[in-house]
Design a protein around this ligand. Structure first.
Ligand code: IPT
Length: 264
């Protein structure tokens, strides 16, 4: 009785915290968990590595476009498989938070505070979640007749957020910034601190994820919460239900804005 998890880099906070929740829930159900991390391999190779270990069902936390996801679904044959980081248009079973609703909630929060110049520090272009967060940021700005200003890009790491922010300093700063994940927000805040830019007095910041550390930033981070524990548990429970031919759990996964101290 084995479940497989194909995952993005576990050095990143969100995938690590999701994997931890999955491991705990699987072991509570008496299942063994095998993890394959993508690294330099293709998504298909990573999934084949799990299939070679005869897993009963698979969770795929790899950023995948429609065709890639459907290919992997085919690769898995009749084994239950669930996708966690996929284009919602793909015709595959999914368990994920809406990036569109999360990014929109962040922009609405900043607009309600009176900000008109709202920049974006996005994740890598290959990541479907980054592309969807950017599209929703643009759509929400347009809905308020605001024009996009300042699009920066990192690779999800704190270091990349720091470097991207340094490029805008000292004086090319928007009034507010949506950062596509909390780790990059950590780095961006460090760059702003070094230049004496007060958060939130001179610039508001909203992160994305609400990882376990985010309440401990200085100041504590306002962010879009994806409950990573609930996500991991729901994925495992959905697979278990399919293995036992039962109805999957009816849990709604909704991102929610958590207001802390980096926005004003
Ligand atoms: C997504 C995180 O929001 C982001 O911070 C980064 O860690 C990324 O994963 C890594 O792939 S969450 C994912 C389930 C869309």
């Amino acid at each position: 009785r084995t479940l497989g998890l194909a995952t993005s880099d576990l050095a990143l906070m969100a995938p690590a915290q999701i994997a931890s929740a999955i491991q705990q829930r699987a072991s509570r159900a008496g299942y063994h968990l095998v993890i394959a991390m993508r690294g330099q391999h293709s998504a298909a190779d990573t999934v084949n590595e799990l299939l070679a270990q005869r897993v009963d069902a698979l969770m795929i936390n790899l950023p995948l476009a429609v065709e890639e996801a459907e290919q992997i679904q085919t690769l898995c044959g009749d084994k239950p498989v669930i996708f966690m980081d996929v284009d919602p248009e793909a015709n595959v079973a999914q368990c994920q938070y809406s990036n569109a609703r999360g990014a929109r909630a962040a922009v609405e929060h900043l607009v309600a505070l009176g900000h008109r110049q709202i920049g974006l520090l996005n994740g890598p272009a290959q990541a479907i979640s980054a592309r969807l967060r950017e599209a929703a940021w643009r759509a929400a700005l347009a809905a308020h007749q605001l024009t996009p200003c300042c699009v920066l890009q990192g690779d999800w790491s704190a270091q990349s957020g720091y470097q991207a922010m340094l490029q805008q300093l000292p004086d090319r700063l928007p009034q507010a910034l949506l950062v596509a994940n909390d780790q990059m927000a950590l780095g961006a805040m460090r760059a702003l601190h070094q230049h004496g830019v007060a958060i939130p007095a001179q610039m508001s910041i909203v992160g994305y994820d609400d990882t376990a550390e985010s309440a401990w930033y200085q100041p504590p981070l306002t962010t879009v919460r994806q409950d990573l524990q609930a996500l991991g548990e729901t994925c495992v429970e959905t697979l278990l239900a399919r293995l036992q031919d039962e109805a999957p759990p009816q849990r709604v996964l909704e991102p929610a804005l958590v207001q802390r101290a980096t926005t004003a």
